[in-house]
Design a protein around this ligand. Sequence first.
Ligand SMILES: Cc1ncc(COP(=O)(O)O)c(C=O)c1O
Length: 454
Amino acid sequence: MFTEELFSKSARSNLRKDLSFANAIVEATNNVYDKDSNPRGVLNLGVAVNKLQEDMVLDKLNSINAVTKKDLDYGDPIGSTELRHNITDDIIVVNGLTSGLDKLASVLCDPGDAILIPSPCYSSFNLDFSLESKANVQLVKIPLVEFHDPGHISYYKSVYNELLEKGIKTKLIVITNPNNPLGICYSRPVLEAILQFANENSIFVLFDEIYALSVYRNQSYYKVNESNSTESDKQSSSPIISELDKFVPFESILSWNNLDNFIDPKLLIVAHGLSKDFCLNGFRVGWFVSPWNKSLNNAISILSEFSYIAGIADSIATRLLGDFDFIESFIVTVQKNLLVSFEKTTSYLNKKKVPFVPGMAGPFLWINIREQLFIWKNKNLKNGEKPLESLSELTFEDEISMWKDILENGRIYVTSGASYHSEEPGWIRLIFAIPWETLELGLDRLFDFITNSS
Ligand SMILES: Cc1ncc(COP(=O)(O)O)c(C=O)c1O
């Protein structure tokens, strides 16, 4: 007779996991709003995709999409030589970075070994790193206001020491640079402190640089804006926002020429892929680069049997990435389009007096809708609940209830801050890389729904 007891412990514990955040992404992606054909569909302002140059991507792909005999065969489990050659040396291609993260966790961690991830962080990391490997994902809560302060390494140290006291080994630190969800980049002094700490304790560091080419604000932009902003603008922004609104450029860890001063580079690995910068998350193509550690590459390659990319994806990606002129102009277009949409979105948010972290990279903004959550909460009190009197009474439970209401009844998907392990209730991650007509409709609908629903 069948019972779930027949499954492995691992499968049974996976079946007990709360997948409501992951399931919402599937609904938002597959039941898309269209005013004529699917008016009850979901307006997706939450999944990190860049829709701003879809026609350019489609035209290019359709122009190179000829299936050849080679595409019918098994390829190379780590990506064809041509594809790898078009990206860089010492690379392992996997079927999406998600799949790669799972493999990396299995290579580095025995069940129970810890992976430290600074929060707020990408919501799926927890599942990606732990579902199969049974690694122990531990958040390191970094107060937003300290993001650029190298002294915040003390938070890593205290989580590390607490785990050590319990006999738990830390194997990996995950740094997402540019950061998801904040849209800002790590400064050198912060990264140096993290690298030194990792080196002292023989911890690997993964640099997830999946948004590396989506940097849309540069130094001259900041200079112009700095000279245009008035004293009253500066005084009216919150201390967190003014602390974070400074130009910290993105520098790939692959470009550092003095890594040895901070860490044994064998402890480093870098990740990138087609999903974000190339707007192709459906292709399921990601990769690891580790020019410093052949045996780490080999250990991941052995698992690559389970993460072949499809022959057709390999050959299209090879032809796409091999067209250097196209890629150059495409990246310029991506960055320009992001900037235009950032300007429109932030001026909309400013009019609504909604604070946000002033991002410079990636298709998202980390915005604070505590005021709106407060209004929503007082209109949706449960039996016996007294009206809240101050914002500080809001809870993550309130935030998640509002998020569910927005999805189920407002038919809008945004990413709740709680799923990203935010510091306090009331943050959401908003995707702004959406054609303005749809984005504006979504934002109007979102704010109307929150403040009027009961
Ligand atoms: C920081 C980060 N890493 C990895 C991924 C997953 O990438 P892929 O589509 O290649 O699986 C995402 C997707 O949102 C992400 O934001």
